[in-house]
Design a protein around this ligand. Sequence first.
Ligand code: AMP
Ligand code: ZN
Length: 142
Amino acid sequence: MLCLWVSTSQSNSKTMLPLKSTSYTIKAMSDCLFCEIVAGNIPCKKVEETDTLLAFEDINPVAPIHVLVIPKTHIADVLGITDNHSSVIADMYSMVNKIAKDRGLDKMGFRLVVNNGSEAGQTVFHLHFHLLGGRPMAWPPG
Ligand code: AMP
Ligand code: ZN
């Protein structure tokens, strides 16, 4: 649970109060490519944006539709997800849902990929969904 130290007005003592809100500070990493895109320091072809998420076209698409959905806060990979991220992770799926419908992928199917770790092909260590569609997808993936 997320807690906050709060000073009470009657005394100088401090007490721990649980934070009911799901809001949290957006963390950025200065040497992270996707944090730089979120900050607007590197351009992207934006697809969708909310307070907590950004979706943009992959610069090197491997399918006719290849959109990346990222949290604005820096999470390195799946193993970096904590309970505090529950809301933003759920929002990532909602955004995929919207983009998939907007692009007509609800009718033809699509693939949602997360590469975790360099052995699995992760090259940018800021959590992201690859939303891939517009062509048949082979299984198993290479
Ligand atoms: P991964 O290899 O799973 O970490 O995916 C990283 C993805 O980011 C790759 O598909 C890259 O093509 C994509 N990518 C890298 N740089 C950019 C950029 N500046 N704008 C958009 N996509 C990028
Ligand atoms: Zn980052």
